[in-house]
Design a protein around this ligand. Sequence first.
Ligand code: 5GP
Ligand code: ZN
Length: 114
Amino acid sequence: MSDCLFCKIINGDIPAKKIHETPELLVFHDIAPKAPFHALVIPKKHITSLNELTVDDEKLIGSLFTAAKKVAADGAFAEKGYRVVFNCGADGGQTVGHLHMHLLGGRSLEWPPG
Ligand code: 5GP
Ligand code: ZN
């Protein structure tokens, strides 16, 4: 999508600190980290939010979790623990309309979130 921020990052039109990439997905550092480690795991396919998911996307979404596991292990905080979050829609706190998983680690995270 031409006017999507994360599609622009995927296309290289906007720079980002990349951590991991496959033909299907990209992992990069969040520009405003909410934890010592805060990455975003995104499919390269433009999907606006969880509300737009279809069964055809199930394998792709599974690959986001596998990527998060790898990045957490590489970041050496996997044993201590971390959190993955999908915000959906306005009440869910979603501000960028391209499906993304937050991967947060490196500190003790509170529950429930605000
Ligand atoms: P949301 O609020 O939609 O769940 O999460 C969007 C995330 O994208 C936020 O954590 C925000 O800091 C991050 N973000 C917004 N613009 C940029 C950007 O230009 N580059 C990067 N790397 N992250 C961004
Ligand atoms: Zn997009």
